[in-house]
Design a protein around this ligand. Sequence first.
Ligand code: SF4
Length: 386
Amino acid sequence: MEQRDIKSLTLSELQREFTGLGLQKFRAGQVYRWLHQKQVLSFEEMSNLSKDTRELLKQHYRITRLDIQRKLVSKLDGTVKFLYRLSDGECVESVLMQYKHGYSLCISTQVGCRMGCKFCASTLLGLKRNLEPSEMLEEIYTAQRETGQKVSSLVLMGIGEPLDNYDNVLKFLGILSSADGMNLSLRHVSLSTCGLVDGIRRLQTENLGLTLSISLHAPNDAIRSQTMPVNAKWNVEALLDACRDYFAATGRRISFEYALIAGVNDTDACARELVHRLKGMICHVNLIPVNAVAERGFRRSSPQRIQSFQRILQSGGVNATVRRELGSDINAACGQLRRDSILHEGEAAPSKSPAPAARTGKGAGANDSSRKHRRGPGAHGKPGLL
Ligand code: SF4
């Protein structure tokens, strides 16, 4: 019998299924709380269920878990990067960052990405598959279990384009914010998109209260099309129209990510054009200093250039801050750990020996920053990873 993914079921789905199995409806609430509040990884731990009930559940369901393949801890600020191994052998990444207001986790929503942004390591091997709701939840639960810290805010800005995995992401958010689950307010969730206008328009009807974050990275089509293929389908004007409508429908301020690349999008003229584009919008611009990407010929803007860009935005009435860099000593790009892991396995394949990374196992590799990673930019402009 194929076992169903119990952690991806909403409470009402679980109630329906349990009734079909001849179990009392309230059992569904008990199991749901074990899964999403106590976040246990086996039916054995569900101590208020009888042995027979636990056996029945084992026959019908599986509990998704992620193995920690690598864990890097910043000695500078405690930022933790996880490379998680999924049950089918694929890998995704999450990053736990500490702020004054608590711990924020950046999670992946897909294995790989098909959006093709030129500055992003996550897309280099294309899209493998969507993540299930249970896998996204387990990115959070595993990080909490492993560090003992409670995640108080969430950023959907890791590997993948969340709006390209719309249904699973929405279901994930529903379970995450449910009163019998982690009960995380979606006001503490930020969803980052490269600009899928149809997804943005659909999202504005859901009344979720989350923050929409747009990877803009350019003030016009000529520059944006150089680095973001999505611009061929939805150009800057179409994207900004959707953002204005999103604000009108939700009242939620839009956040724009703008990764500054020397000589590409960081000139004073670009800043002035951006002011003109965003004039009158209730928004915030996050300026992100990118690291050099030798393979792409991208260079980091100088501190003076970044300051000048920010000054022009602010004096034009556009709220802009420069993102604080976190985990700069574990500065592997988003998607780079996964790519390194795949390349290692490819190299190791002829001898059938496990890749070094695959042997580190749960909890291994703390302060594993000595390992060399080639630098690359981060998915959607992830903090500290660009
Ligand atoms: S930046 Fe985001 S949307 Fe673009 S390729 Fe990377 S993961 Fe995909």
